[in-house]
Design a protein around this ligand. Structure first.
Ligand code: UDP
Length: 395
């Protein structure tokens, strides 16, 4: 498996992975999160566990179980850690702990290294038996509601180390802290090479013509992704450049606002025949892959963002991305080199036109974008970093 990455991932990463695999051979590495499917954490774990095994590590992935009340509470904790006020009572915090206690009885927590993902299973630390315990925070912890922060930190501070995705999302927890950005898997359905034929077939399936340049944004229908701003920018572009806009995404099942936003976007697009709003079913990885490859220009015009995996996904396909200067997007887009960072509709429109009018530059920046992802945002680098933290903490 890992051998399949040779010629794709940087050689140095693969050598390090091999050496760390030797050092940590047959040692056990347990990951725990709160869902087997849906969301970036589960997606990456599905790919990462077999790769860890392949380099000789006894990797396991467990999922904590809870009822609706538990997940309502953890959603509130999640929101308040990201800065939105939620009323979380002592009772709720107690329930959060209790559900984790019950899970701790069921799960085998014995391992040499234990990586706990996000706040939902954070209280498991109270039941540690052995090994190095690391708390892996995927969300923005830079500006939390104080009460929630204080509660959660009581658990976090008992860990040996904490890992954050982006430096500006981190917070001083009082233990060793590391920054490890997320990654994409170049060999997953979402990113694997596709034939031209498949790309064209996908466009046909969605009844999208391929006679003009395609401008694309793939996102959940969420106001923070600014789909209306994308349409506004497109309208400015369309006055001068004949082109097509695709806004593709799933209605997020756990987000009641999703439906409202879709309606807003459809109304705003009105009857413009060149705007394609695609509501993708879950597991549309190959279709997303094909759309990203079919596009001339990819946008991620977010107003607020976590890391923004769609940016690396498009960059890996040789597309320079125009992205909002927020969250993890500036880590991926080196302004003027691998894409452009924008702060307004007008800025986005200006950069789209710049790409459409200069396809040579678009191609050149796209190549740089792919190299930037190769060097920084592939799954092999992320595994390398996890193992390095584990190894360093032990030695
Ligand atoms: N995605 C998807 N279907 C959709 C919309 C998005 O599979 O309809 C994928 C997208 O390709 C990416 C992830 O979901 O892998 C979104 O991650 P990102 O960090 O860009 O944004 P988030 O949705 O986590 O805010």
């Amino acid at each position: 498996m890992i051998t399949q990455y040779s010629g794709i991932s940087p050689k140095g990463d693969l050598i390090l992975l091999h050496k760390l695999g030797e050092k940590l051979n047959n040692r056990s590495f347990l990951h725990i999160n709160s869902t087997r499917a849906g969301g970036g954490v589960a997606e990456i774990l599905h790919r990462m566990i077999p790769l860890l095994k392949d380099i000789g590590i006894d990797a396991r992935w467990e999922v904590i179980e809870g009822d609706e009340r538990f997940f309502d509470i953890t959603k509130k904790i999640h929101n308040s850690i990201q800065g939105n006020f939620e009323n979380i009572t002592e009772d709720m915090w107690h329930y959060h702990y209790e559900v984790n206690r019950i899970n701790a009885e069921r799960l085998n927590l014995d391992a040499d290294a234990i990586l706990i993902h996000d706040p939902q299973p954070a209280p498991l630390i109270e039941f540690r038996k052995s090994g190095i315990w690391i708390w892996r925070c995927h969300i923005d912890f830079s500006n939390p509601i104080k009460e929630s922060c204080d509660h959660l930190l009581r658990y976090c501070q008992k860990y040996d180390a904490a890992i954050f995705s982006v430096a500006k999302f981190a917070r001083a927890v009082g233990i060793d802290e590391f920054i490890i950005p997320p990654s994409i898997d170049p060999l997953s359905e979402k990113n694997i090479e596709l034939t031209n034929e498949e790309i064209i077939q996908t466009l046909h399936k969605f009844q999208i013509p391929h006679d003009r340049p395609i401008i694309l944004q793939i996102s959940r229908f969420d106001r923070f992704k600014d789909p209306i701003g994308v349409i506004k920018a497109y309208r400015l572009v369309k006055k001068y450049n004949d082109s097509i806009l695709i806004l593709a995404g799933s209605p997020a099942t756990d987000d009641p606002e999703g439906e409202i936003v879709i309606k807003e976007v459809q109304d705003y697009a009105s009857d413009d025949p060149d705007i394609y709003i695609l509501l993708l079913p879950p597991f549309s990885d190959r279709e997303i892959n094909a759309l990203q490859r079919a596009a001339t220009v990819v946008l991620q015009k977010s107003l607020k963002e976590g890391f923004g995996l769609t940016v690396s996904e498009a960059m890996w396909k040789g597309k320079p991305v125009i992205g909002g200067a927020t969250g993890g997007i500036p880590l991926q887009i080196v302004h003027g080199v691998t894409g452009f960072l924008v702060h307004s509709v007008e800025g986005a429109a200006f950069r789209i036109r710049q790409f459409l009018n200069n396809l040579e530059m678009t191609k050149r920046m796209g190549e740089k974008a792919r190299e930037h992802v190769r060097n920084n945002f592939l799954i092999t680098r992320q595994i390398r970093d996890y193992l390095s933290v584990w190894y360093a903490m032990e030695n």
